[in-house]
Design a protein around this ligand. Sequence first.
Ligand code: FAD
Length: 308
Amino acid sequence: MKKKVTKVPKFKDFKTTRATSSALEKILYKQIPILDHGFIRVIDYMGTDQSIVQAARVSYGEGTKKLREDRGLIRYLLSHWHTTPFEMCEIKFHIKLPIFVARQWIRHRTANVNEYSARYSVLDKEFYVPEMDQLGSQSTTNKQGRSNTLDKKFAKQAQDLIQKNSEQLYDDYQNLLNGKLLNNDEYVEGEGLARELARTTLPLNYYTQWYWKVDLHNLMHFLRLRADSHAQYEIQIYAEKMVEILKKWVPLTYEAFEDYRSDSFQLSKEAMKIVKDKLANKKIKKSNYKLSPRELRELEIKFNIKLS
Ligand SMILES: Cc1cc2nc3c(=O)[nH]c(=O)nc-3n(C[C@H](O)[C@H](O)[C@H](O)COP(=O)(O)OP(=O)(O)OC[C@H]3O[C@@H](n4cnc5c(N)ncnc54)[C@H](O)[C@@H]3O)c2cc1C
């Protein structure tokens, strides 16, 4: 009798009973370009809005009629910091990003990372050069930020310098790897330096790549901080693309995230007092409230009010 061979199912023949997002399926594996050489692409994911609702119902049971409505339940969970149902969903990205962006990114410890090894492989000649309109001066109000775009002529020179240095340092990297060093206009040949040390000549604008897997709760924490206008432009632009992905993946959670996290503002007890007094048409005197000048300024900006 002929031995039966198990047929490997083709992916398209495969029907799954798992929760899937058709909008996210459409962009799986597709590169979304970012900056001059970077990209982001979704490799895999687990769960959808329904998985959050399903997990929450384990703790709430069927609940009230109101709670049974998915959108209402998700908004309730997010606004009351009942965060564990969001941890039931996960997403895995492949990201190509400049090393200085990766340094900020890696501070988010609640993800799983696997990075390209420059000990094992040679880095490509790919480095980030900011566009002219990104070449801003040092901000005087925010020590960590940039301000107005530099004068055009100076910006061009700065851009050229970044380009030239990055190229020069890549040549040095290659020469170290190949054991070919310039000494008084003459090449001295020797054994190539190990990749793990030769890479130390490269600057922070060189690109690295990694796989980054995170659950939805921690992804939203990352996006809350990095899609914010205070984050550095070069990480912000990645986070903004990820917010678009979030919208495709879990639209109800995305809506609640926008409302309760990214577009919201936390009021302290003292700030609440000011808001309440203002609504009651009471006279506001800044010195009567225990808020720092910075806190008062932020409150004025957020509510578009002037406090005396
Ligand atoms: C605008 C901006 C400017 C910044 N400037 C600087 C800077 O100048 N210098 C600098 O060093 N960093 C800076 N950071 C990084 C910042 O301090 C955080 O390290 C980073 O945003 C990661 O946040 P996180 O720890 O909440 O995230 P995650 O590491 O993802 O952690 C998520 C949450 O898990 C919990 N958690 C995780 N690990 C631990 C732990 N070991 N112990 C207790 N709780 C834990 C915490 O509640 C934490 O909020 C900056 C960040 C931003 C957004």
